[in-house]
Design a protein around this ligand. Structure first.
Ligand code: ARG
Length: 465
């Protein structure tokens, strides 16, 4: 038998074990099927650890160089798809270490000095997640840009603003889109904040208590681009709240995506008919030839469910764990990976699709007119003439009732009829009853008036670069 302890998993922990693992236990406990995706982080972490061990004189410079050479070769093998992942070696860490030892002998066996898989895996996840966070941050910028540029062409496009999904007041389509830009801007801020707590180095905590080797943790942190080192070794190996926080960020972001997706589905339905989508984002029906369904938006809405589920999964995974590392933690990876994959694809596709929305401005305007969206404006008009708001509200309610009975818009009611409802209504009232008049009047900061919305677009463009 080989004298390489990692050649056979039953021997990985020593001679203490008298029987091999059953095939079922091996499969049940192995994580290499999914955690191999951490390979690059694992190699980067090992390179930094080995370089520091050599600098501190814990291993020889020659061993350090051998480790570096071996790991470089392994990285090449993995990239080329030549690396042979072995289930019996349990996880990404033991697979790479075993191969290293096969390549460079004893130097490979020295790599794990002053280190445990407990601080190793925590480091790997943080390194990997940090890279993914940077990619997601860029996608959030792209999403905001797509919405801002679509909005820029629609500051004068009137649509009904809704409350209770009932027509409420006219707003511009641009203003509506910029509401989502605000949400995604907050998501970007939150993500940057999560990154701070992800970017802290566990290595040096070893199994749980720290190590007696003279490790230079700051050196490793600098080399790997971490902002700080975990200050408590027990916390370092057991903390997964950075992952929970990321999943919480992802859940909030997906809720925003899902709301936008829901609006796209509604707008594209024949009942609203506010927009059209490019064919490449729609699918047909196998039975109904007339169908062009907004499947991409529906799926984006649906996928928010799995991301929120992953957050619940991670919270539940942690809630009963005593300090410090427990094997439960191996279950943190699949939800985290799936969360990242789902966010990456969803943000990309939604930005592309939303940016290409075809706006049916006439239909939007018609819908706003149908819903007496300027009723508040008539009430406000009366208030400006000294009428108490509640009385104005009542007079306008009568006007809406009559307009409804006649099947006409408020602006189409004759002036003498309006005046019979309230004597303060003058011939300047009709102007405030138009949709554009109403929209232009809402000039308060943050309001829907085109000049306000244009200022917001300029601010976003400057911010997004
Ligand atoms: N595959 C393990 C995980 O993902 C690595 C750490 C294992 N540590 C241990 N002491 N069994 O968590």
């Amino acid at each position: 038998m080989s004298n390489d302890p990692l050649a056979n998993k039953a021997q990985a922990w020593s001679a203490l074990f008298s029987e091999p693992m059953s095939e079922l236990v091996q499969r049940y406990t192995a994580s290499v099927g999914f955690d191999r995706r951490l390979w690059r982080a694992d190699i980067d972490g090992s390179l930094a650890h080995a370089e520091m061990l050599a600098a501190q004189g814990v291993i020889s410079a020659r061993d350090g160089a051998d480790i570096e050479r071996g790991l470089a070769q392994i990285a090449g093998e993995i990239e080329r798809g030549e690396f042979e992942w072995k289930l019996e070696l349990e996880d990404v860490h033991l697979n790479i270490e075993a191969r290293l030892t096969a390549l460079v002998g004893d130097a490979g066996k020295r790599l794990h000095t002053g280190r445990s898989r407990n601080d190793q895996v925590a480091t790997d996840i943080r390194l990997w997640l940090r890279g993914e966070i940077d990619g997601l941050a860029a996608l959030l910028v792209a999403m905001q840009r797509a919405l801002v540029e679509l909005a820029a062409g629609h500051t004068e496009t009137v649509m009904p603003g809704f409350t209770h999904l009932q027509v409420a007041q006219p707003v511009s389509f641009a203003h509506h889109l910029l509401a989502y830009v605000e949400m995604f801007a907050r998501d970007a801020e939150r993500l940057a904040d999560v990154r701070k707590r992800v970017n802290v180095l566990p290595l040096g905590a070893a199994a749980l208590a720290g190590t007696s080797y003279p490790l230079d943790r700051e050196r490793v942190a600098r080399r790997l681009g971490f902002d700080a080192i975990c200050a408590n070794s027990l916390d370092a190996v057991s903390d997964r709240d950075f992952a929970i926080e990321f999943a919480a960020w992802a859940s909030i972001c997906m809720v925003h995506v899902s709301r936008l997706a829901e609006e796209i589905v509604l707008w594209k339905s024949q009942n609203f008919d506010f927009i059209d989508l490019a064919d490449r984002y729609c699918t047909g029906s196998s039975i109904m030839p007339q169908k062009r369904n907004p499947d991409v938006a529906e799926l984006a809405r649906g996928k928010s469910g799995r991301v929120i589920g992953h957050l619940m999964g991670l919270l539940t995974l942690m809630k009963g764990q005593p300090l410090t590392y427990n094997k439960d933690n191996q279950e943190d990876k699949e939800p985290l990976f799936d969360t990242v994959d789902t966010l990456r694809d969803t943000l990309r596709i939604m930005a592309e699709m939303a940016g290409g929305i075809v706006v049916k401005a006439d239909a939007m305007e018609r819908a706003a007119r149908r819903g007496y969206a300027t009723a508040t404006d008539l009430a406000d008009y009366l208030v400006k003439k000294g009428v108490p708001f509640r009385d104005a509200h009542e007079a306008v309610a009568h006007a809406v009732k009559i307009a409804l009975q006649r099947g006409v818009d408020l602006a189409e009611l004759p002036l003498d009829l309006l005046q019979s409802l309230h004597p303060s209504i003058g011939d300047d009232a009709q102007q405030v009853l138009t949709l554009h008049g109403s929209m232009h009047a809402r000039r308060v900061a943050g309001g829907t008036a085109p000049e306000q919305v244009r200022a917001q677009i300029a601010r976003h463009r400057a911010r997004l670069g």
